[in-house]
Design a protein around this ligand. Structure first.
Ligand SMILES: [Zn+2]
Length: 425
């Protein structure tokens, strides 16, 4: 059943774990990724990374008795969550949701893999709906449809048998994540649009739960329906006031307030965002303005503003977010900045600085890099990144320091393999 898949760890849904995950164990990661997503330079992420393992297994198609291949996902590596609760996979992991659906090449039905195994539906109703929808004509290759196409077929099947709103809400949300993973923005928005009313119904029948109401707001925000977003974010805050224990309220409120701010700050000019980054007194507001530069080619003035944040903002989270954006925009004239940031107290800022210097093959930074790690005799994420930079820069002095770290056991064989991998990319 849908519900089973959603709750058995295949896709961590909205129900049990999410709030706990955000608050407890993974709070730092979750917050970071909720805010900015990318952590490319982070060695911690690399260290946690496990490639996704999925094993194929065969089902009998309950409709046509053909053979269907499904997948059991055995493990994957996560590094955080987005604001619609989509779990972000580590760089080396595929999102397990790509294995969610199975497809029968004979009767062209697609369902969650488990639903082929424990089939509790009327197959004729599904087949008839498939005929009437004409969806087969829209699939490029009926023998092996794409992931988003499979989701679209499954949508026809589940809708036809009247799957409850709650299941459809999760289905559409999963579909939007899958479409996003596949870079299909049109399908992503389409699934989000369809998920909204479903979560609205779920919210009405579960008035004590904040997540469905929040998702109506968040998905509305994502499709650009600001008015609906505001209404449902306010409603979410009302539920939080009623239902969440006093000591946790503040965190939840600030989480939702941030999304409200996202709506308020939509569509400002870069100059206005820069002004906010440098002058606004509310950290959440500064953070949102910082995130607006994510994925952009940065103008000099924006880079200066972000560098200012990295070196001087009072919040480490904002400083690392700004660094995360800067390391995707490394330029020659940033070397002095990276050298300064190398002395920082926040590990992620130091890692970013080392990464930047390595990428720029900044020979003049070699003495500073060596100095940063020479008194440490144990492996750390900072050491890893600094030695990686030294290896990348590759002057005799840098290589000598690197070799010494290998000899003394600060770097292990495993670390060097990781570096080989990092340098290939
Ligand atoms: Zn079949």
């Amino acid at each position: 059943m849908l519900e089973k898949i959603l709750n058995n760890g295949f896709v961590k849904g909205i129900t049990a774990g999410v709030a706990g995950l955000l608050i407890l164990g993974a709070s730092v990661d979750a917050n970071r990724d909720v805010v900015s997503g990318k952590t490319d330079y982070s060695v911690e992420v690399v260290q946690e990374a496990k490639a996704t393992t999925a094993l194929p297994y065969e089902h009998d198609c309950p409709i046509c008795k053909g053979t269907v291949v499904g997948f059991d996902v055995l493990g994957t590596g996560y590094s955080g969550q987005e604001t619609d609760f989509k779990r972000i996979c580590t760089e080396r992991s595929e999102p397990p949701r790509i294995y969610a659906f199975a497809y029968c090449g004979d009767c062209n039905i697609a369902l969650y893999g488990d639903d082929f195994e424990e089939f509790n539906y009327d197959g004729d109703v599904m087949l008839r709906a498939m005929e009437e929808s004409g969806i087969r004509n829209t699939i490029k290759d009926l023998k092996s449809p794409g992931l988003v196409e499979e989701a679209r077929i499954a949508e026809v099947c589940y809708t036809a048998v009247g799957e409850p709103d709650e299941n459809m809400a999760h289905f559409y949300l999963l579909g939007s994540w899958l479409a996003q993973d596949c870079g299909d923005t049109t399908a992503e928005k389409d699934f989000q649009r369809k998920a909204i009313p479903c979560f609205g119904y779920v919210s009405e029948s579960n008035p004590g739960e904040w997540e469905p109401a929040y998702l109506v707001g968040e998905l509305s925000r994502r499709i650009g329906d600001d008015e609906t977003a505001r209404i449902w974010f306010d409603k979410t805050k009302g539920i939080i006031d009623e239902e969440i224990p006093e000591e946790e309220k503040e965190w939840y409120h600030s989480f939702v307030d941030k999304q409200i701010l996202e709506v308020e700050l939509r569509g400002l000019s870069e100059t206005e965002y820069i002004k906010i980054i440098l002058e606004d007194e509310v950290p959440n507001t500064r953070d949102i303005a910082i995130s607006k530069f994510e994925g952009n080619d940065l103008e000099t003035i924006a880079r200066r503003a972000l560098q200012e944040v990295v070196l001087n903002d009072e919040y480490d989270l904002l400083r690392e977010n700004a660094m995360g954006i800067l390391v995707q925009n490394v330029r020659e004239d940033m070397i002095p900045f990276f050298v300064e940031a190398l002395q920082d107290s926040h590990p992620r800022v130091v890692q970013g600085a080392a990464y930047g210097l390595g990428e720029l093959k900044a020979e003049e930074a070699v003495p500073t890099l060596i100095k940063r790690v020479e008194n440490e005799d144990e492996y750390s994420n900072i050491n890893y990144m600094v030695y990686l930079a030294l290896r990348q820069i590759g002057t005799p002095e840098a290589i000598e320091a690197f070799d010494k770290a290998v000899e003394s056991g600060v770097l292990h064989e495993w670390d060097i393999k990781m570096m080989d991998y990092d340098l290939e990319e």
